[in-house]
Design a protein around this ligand. Structure first.
Ligand code: MF3
Ligand code: CO
Ligand code: CO
Length: 269
């Protein structure tokens, strides 16, 4: 036994109770609202450190806790990953330039529940290849989400994402994955963004997890820089990512991290 609600499957995946959806909804809504509010700050000349400081202030103002500050020694309320940074970019003094694309990833804890979401932003005017990458990555996330319903498998999710991305002649990062979450940040299963139909654990009502595909314009390989966090594409090609926290319902899914302002996609910002 542990202190958490629900039960575990044989694969160690937690099945949450119907009441738990409300907690996830509150946490997810706050994370998404913070990503909405940050949009006007993203412009050439802004530093990623200033954006992160504002995010940290908003988390506190809401009476919530940042899940990333103190997580394995990480010291910031967000990860901000610019251009060829795949994920886990550390906010700092570097200024955004016209044409940069960036992912901002925020995880908050509200009444013990974790809301984890990220989306792409653009600084100024971006190039056509960058725009296509952002669009394909966004659409790949939704291909994955549409595969979420009881009876489907995690392999179905990965396959939906991988087959879509590769048909666009882009690549899916394999070195990082989505994850179960709920009253913990990272729990089983690893939600990989590639796979084969029918493989992997079967989805059941009450499972909570993220889907967060990272897509590269070039090759899929990554490396982690000397700071032990920043993951970049080995070939320096542009990379994009979108992330939602999802719950499996009786007939499909609930997205906990929907944008209250409808600003998940950057061209709508
Ligand atoms: N939010 C990230 C995820 O999607 C994890 C960030 S951990 C950090 O799982 F320490 F780098 F912030
Ligand atoms: Co995240
Ligand atoms: Co995540």
């Amino acid at each position: 036994m542990d202190d958490f609600t629900g039960r575990l499957t044989r694969d160690g995946i937690r099945i949450h109770n119907p009441d738990d959806f409300a907690g996830m909804h509150r946490a997810g809504a706050l994370a998404a609202e913070i990503l909405d509010r940050v949009a006007p700050m993203v412009e050439p000349g802004a530093t990623t450190g200033a954006i992160d400081a504002q995010i940290e202030a908003w988390v506190k103002e809401a009476g919530a806790t940042s899940a990333t500050i103190g997580y394995r020694g990480y010291q910031h309320a967000s990860c901000i990953s610019v251009n060829h940074v795949v994920c886990h970019g550390i906010p700092g003094e570097k200024k955004l330039k016209n044409g940069d694309i960036l992912n901002i990833d925020v995880t908050v804890i509200v009444d013990g529940w974790f809301g984890d979401t990220s989306r792409m932003y653009v600084a100024g005017t971006i190039g056509r290849k960058a725009e296509r990458l952002v669009q394909v990555t966004h659409d790949a996330l939704f291909k994955g989400i549409e595969a979420v319903k009881p009876g489907n498998t995690f392999g179905d999710i990965g396959h939906a994402i991988q087959s879509y991305v590769e048909a666009q002649r882009m690549s899916v990062v394999r070195d990082f994955c989505g994850h179960g979450l709920g009253q913990v940040f990272h729990a089983p299963p690893n939600v990989v963004h590639y796979g084969r139909p029918g493989k992997g654990p079967v989805l059941e009502e009450g499972m909570f997890f993220t889907i967060e595909p990272m897509v590269n314009l070039g090759r899929p390989e990554t490396k982690v820089l000397a700071d032990d966090w920043t993951a970049v594409t080995r070939d320096k090609s542009l990379s994009a990512q979108f992330e939602h926290s999802i719950g499996v319902t009786a007939d499909g899914f609930e997205i906990f991290t929907l944008s209250p302002a409808g600003k998940f996609h950057p061209t709508w910002a």
